[in-house]
Design a protein. Structure first.
Length: 786
């Protein structure tokens, strides 16, 4: 049996497909891509069915493979630690049973085991990591792809032990062994070596290495994937920041949103940001602090203890530089708690202690008013969040009034801390006050919100159980919001319905129920909930106080009602609700099918990636898709879809360049297909005939009811079959054939329209569907290198 994992995957995919197990066959191809690109929702949806199918079919090798790639996603893209340690241990044992140890992927499971322990406490588990990875490296040949991965893992362990020079020697020796065995050294191996050079302070060499490695990839015809591009930019940005070349660093540093989407970037991103702040090239503001605190909280929640401490120390240093006393103390407290989860604390415990000492040395602010009046003062004056946190901390510490006043201060301080990214600390504060003031609904509501933000499932269960004893509806509400936060929409809707059975007048419950129903595709229930909301809420006349805003009809309520009614084809409700938003329709009744504006509809491909599709808006919540699409999307030209009302991207600012403002189109998320047009897609490839012949072709096809959409650009070239020829401009396009026309008719039409062109087009799939002779198309494909 081959030790080439991808050869095994190809063989297994073919065997599964031939046996009729198409979903599992597709899963073994798609799951690694979902895992490495961070498409977590798609992976989570695909994995349970796939692994269950592998077990049902008695395919332990496939099970090892699927579990490994899921573990790679959990450990690398999601940076999880102790939360998945039991699974990592179980997978290692499973992968080395008699019936699985021959699987090519079994070796890779050793890497999962080592990475998981590195997430929990890399320095604390150095000995175990070196032992298990070293033993595996000793028994596999350097020509195996996993030798590359495991060599990097061994180097990481050496780095965590403070032995960066030894780690570099190990990487170089491993690279030499791989090259001697004919195994290419991966770009990710070079990126790992760049990280080691960074630890050694050899930043110029980092830049040289990355440039050379990427050139080598491209020379060998390999394109850099999105992950490699992200990491290449980030590693360069860090090296440039360390060299003081801050403008270049800022230009390369990925946007913060990229680090939000890809948790594996965060540690290096934060390190780079701290270097830029120290150089005066980036602002050290509360927003940056809140982002880092949120990332700290995430690592805390998934049991990535060592990365959590490393990141909170960076966040703490920045907080000290801002003079944010309460934030720095909160980070120090988190660090002290995390130290108890580490095996090895030398060096890091001193840093946490230094953080606390420096935070305590920061001056406490003077209260501008007595503690009992601080809440009103802050509401009137308005101060920055970190300043507010410092004032509230002092006031709460000095408070000597009634318990109700202390609760009010605690709730406000917790809200501020939550806004600064410290949800767990905020929840801990509220738990302490709950013991003294258990009946305060504002306190329990705020605590529930903080627990949800902190992803504290056990805390949520405990609070909901406690509250439900005296207020069952409140207990259901806490559970409903938690279910919604986790995307468990069935449970969220069920909890909301239980609340409505207890209290039929609640409003936010209906909003959440409608949202859950929409996520479930139950647009009838969503519409009913919004209609009931309109009956019970006050009209949106602007007279309500801000704190009672949820009791009035909000503009988003009306848009969501329009969306649900559109999906249900209830045009009367669409029109009557549109009138409340001052929408004018061309016709007074019937379906809404007008021509409004060009928009973009964001849809999800079958592989989980998103695609932005040009569309013509035909109503408040409908659009007609314009391009002819391939089978990786469930939509096609002419389909009318319903989209969610919220804009996914902000419009350009008023002072943006006119060209940018003219180019901008609203982007909406696809909700559901309303009216399929029934087009079938076939691909056309060949020589570009010139603008006039192509325009004539488009016009003739349009008159026949067909659609065509060009995907190639000016850079697309094809082989010139003439002797001594070079290349020709080409065209690659999708032809949409309507349900009113046959493939044979479309084939004949294309043949008539293009038969006289100097360079023919090829459409083998259409010809095959039409029952036409394929020889002409096969010859064109071969002659022109299509």
């Amino acid at each position: 049996m081959t030790t080439d994992i991808w050869a095994w995957v190809r063989d297994t995919h073919r065997q599964l497909a031939e046996a009729g197990h198409h979903r599992l066959a597709d899963a073994i191809v798609e799951l690694p891509e979902h895992a490495t690109e961070g498409r977590n929702e798609q992976l989570d949806a695909l994995y349970p069915e796939a692994v269950a199918a592998a077990r049902a079919l008695g395919l332990p090798w496939v099970e090892v493979y699927l579990r490994h790639w899921r573990m790679q996603n959990l450990l690398n893209k999601r940076q999880q630690g102790e939360a998945v340690l039991p699974e990592a241990v179980d997978l290692l044992e499973f992968a080395h049973r008699e019936d699985t140890e021959g699987c090519p992927q079994s070796v890779c499971v050793v890497q999962d085991f080592a990475i998981c322990h590195a997430r929990v406490d890399g320095p604390g588990y150095v000995a175990e990591r070196l032992a298990v990875v070293g033993e595996t490296l000793d028994r596999i040949e350097p020509d195996r792809a996993c030798y590359d991965c495991l060599s990097r893992e061994y180097s990481d362990a050496l780095e965590d032990d403070g032995r960066a020079a030894e780690a570099l020697d190990h990487l170089d020796s491993a690279a030499n062994r791989m090259r001697a065995a004919g195994q290419p050294v991966s770009l990710r191996f070079h990126q790992a070596r760049a990280g080691t050079l960074h630890l050694l302070g050899r930043h110029e060499e980092v830049l040289e290495l990355l440039a050379a490695a990427e050139r080598a990839e491209q020379t060998q015809g390999r394109r850099l994937d999105e992950r490699d591009q992200r990491w290449g930019a980030l590693l360069r940005a860090r090296a440039l920041a360390a060299l003081g070349r801050t403008e270049e660093s800022l230009a390369l540093l990925p946007e913060r949103a990229e680090a939000e989407r890809h948790a594996d970037l965060r540690g290096t991103w934060a390190e780079t940001a701290e270097l830029l702040v120290a150089a005066g090239a980036r602002e050290n503001d509360a927003e940056l602090g809140a982002v880092l605190a949120g990332w700290v909280g995430y690592l805390d929640g998934v049991g990535a203890h060592r990365p959590c401490v490393d990141l909170l120390l960076a966040a703490g240093r920045l907080a000290l530089a801002r003079g944010a006393r309460t934030v720095a103390l909160t980070l120090a407290a988190t660090g002290e708690r995390k130290l108890t989860r580490l095996r090895r604390t030398d060096g890091v415990s001193e840093q946490v202690a230094a953080l606390r000492a420096a935070a305590e040395a920061l001056p406490e602010p003077e209260l501008p008013v007595p503690p009992g009046g601080l809440t009103a003062y802050l509401a009137e004056v308005g101060v920055p969040y970190e300043t507010g946190a410092d004032l509230l901390s002092v006031a709460l510490d000095r408070y000597r009034g009634e318990q109700a006043g202390a609760t009010e201060l605690a709730v406000l301080l917790a809200t501020v801390l939550g806004g600064l990214g410290h949800a767990r600390a905020a929840a801990d504060l509220l738990w302490r006050h709950l013991e003294d003031d258990p009946a305060d609904r504002e306190l329990t509501g705020a605590l529930g919100e903080m627990l949800i933000d902190a992803r504290d499932a056990e805390g949520i269960r405990r609070l909901a159980d406690r509250v439900a004893v005296t207020a069952p509806a409140d207990g259901h509400w806490i559970r409903a919001r938690w279910a919604a936060a986790e995307g468990r929409w069935d449970e969220a809707l069920e909890r909301c319905q239980e609340i409505l059975a207890l209290d039929d007048e609640v409003l936010n419950t209906r909003r959440l129920a409608a949202h859950a129903a929409t996520e479930l595709g139950d647009h009838a229930t969503a519409q009913r909930m919004y209609l009931e909301l309109l009956e019970r809420a006050a009209p949106a006349d602007g007279a309500a106080e801000e704190e009672d805003g949820h009791r009035t009809v909000q503009e988003p309520d009306l848009w969501h009602l329009i969306t649900a009614a559109t999906a249900n084809r209830d045009w009367a409700v669409v029109r009557s609700t549109g009138a409340l938003l001052d929408i004018e329709f061309d016709e007074p009744e019937g379906p809404v099918d007008e021509e409004w504006q060009l928009v973009t509809v964001r849809a999800t491909r079958t592989n989980g990636a998103t695609s932005d599709l040009p569309a013509l808006r035909t109503g408040p919540a409908t659009a007609r898709i314009l391009p002819v699409l391939g089978d990786d999307l469930t939509l096609n030209h002419g389909d009318v879809v319903v989209f969610a009302p919220a804009l996914l991207e902000r419009p350009p600012a008023e002072d943006a360049p006119e060209e940018e403002r003219q180019r901008w189109r609203p982007v909406f998320e696809l909700l559901t297909l309303l009216d399929p047009a029934g087009y079938t897609t076939y691909w056309i490839d060949g020589g570009w005939p010139g603008d006039e012949p192509w325009s004539a072709l488009r016009e003739e096809l349009h008159e026949a009811g067909c659609a065509v959409w060009v995907y190639s650009g000016d850079e697309y070239r094809i082989t010139d079959p003439a002797e001594g020829g070079d290349t020709l401009p080409g065209v690659y396009a999708a032809l949409g054939v309507p349900p009113t026309a046959s493939a044979a008719e479309a084939d004949a039409l294309l043949l008539r329209l293009t038969g006289g062109w100097a360079h023919p087009l090829a459409w083998p799939e259409l010809a095959k569907a039409a029952g036409a002779d394929l020889a002409r198309h096969e010859e064109t494909v071969e002659r022109y290198g299509l």
